[in-house]
Design a protein around this ligand. Structure first.
Ligand code: IPE
Ligand code: IPE
Ligand code: MG
Length: 245
């Protein structure tokens, strides 16, 4: 059973900016890459337990478009970690009825990784449990830019007029077209910024920021985030008591 969590007001979709691997490692006198390795362990634990908290969608910021500019060695370690992860976790995802999903400018990735992603999507698409979406080579601004271009092309072809463009249409042209908007956005490591993650989609998400580094984000920390979320009043611009009349 979930740790001390009531069954009411649970988030359907949780998005996480998994930050602080490097600083966690530094604090322990380890290499940054050891922080990334330990981060994968937390990820694995969470994927197993979040369905117990009513979560159906888990979206994880794993590698940003900007992260390509890190030192070559760190980038290649992360790519190797991802490649191995895609092989090793396929069986486990099946055992837990989990669906693999990816968002981002995936063409930037080495073709072998792209193939493994396609394989994992294909092989888990019939599962019915948690949808785990990894944001990789992801930039929210680029996602919006690409959506604008796709819509503009339809206008140029005369399929649409500018007046036909709706919020729903924009959502449908994002990488996240098949996902509901996140209810809760968690960021670890004490940073208070969004770092180009899901800018459109988090318009009304509740934010939970913790000083814990990602490798310290255990189920207990997740449960604290959920408890905190449950105390929030999501008003969506309305008032607390909102008479219909
Ligand atoms: C998050 O941890 C993982 C990635 C961005 C790939 P960081 O690597 O950003 O760790 P810090 O923030 O430098 O401590
Ligand atoms: C955001 O973390 C990206 C991921 C967690 C994958 P960063 O470490 O790249 O963000 P900044 O540089 O602190 O904003
Ligand atoms: Mg960071």
């Amino acid at each position: 059973m979930p740790l001390k969590v009531e069954p009411q007001n649970l988030p359907h979709h949780v998005a996480i900016i998994m930050d602080g691997n490097g600083r966690w490692a530094q604090k322990k006198g380890l290499l940054r890459i050891q922080g990334h390795q330990e981060g994968v362990n937390r990820l694995e634990e969470l994927i197993e337990v979040v369905p117990d908290y009513g979560v159906k969608y888990l979206t994880l910021y794993a590698f940003s478009k900007e992260n390509w500019n890190r030192p070559k060695l760190e980038v290649s370690f992360l790519m190797n970690l991802l490649s191995t992860y895609l092989d090793l976790k396929l069986k486990k995802f099946h055992e837990h009825n989990v669906i693999f999903n990816f968002i981002g400018n995936l063409n930037d990735l080495p073709s072998l990784i792209q193939e493994k992603m396609k394989r994992n999507i294909e092989e888990t698409k019939k599962n019915t449990g948690l949808v785990v979406t990894f944001a990789i080579s992801y930039s929210s601004r680029l996602e919006l830019l690409q959506a604008c271009r796709k819509i503009a092309e339809k206008v140029a072809q005369g399929v649409l007029t500018p007046g036909d463009i709706t919020e729903e249409m924009i959502s449908q042209h994002l990488y996240t077209a098949n996902l509901p908007d996140p209810d809760l956005l968690i960021r670890t490591s004490g940073e208070m910024r969004i770092s180009n993650f899901l800018l459109w989609q988090i318009s009304y998400a509740e934010l939970y920021l913790t000083d814990k580094f990602w490798p310290e984000f255990t189920e207990e920390e997740f449960a604290k985030a959920i408890q905190n979320y449950q105390k929030r009043e999501r008003r969506f611009g309305l008032t607390t008591v909102n008479p219909a009349s």
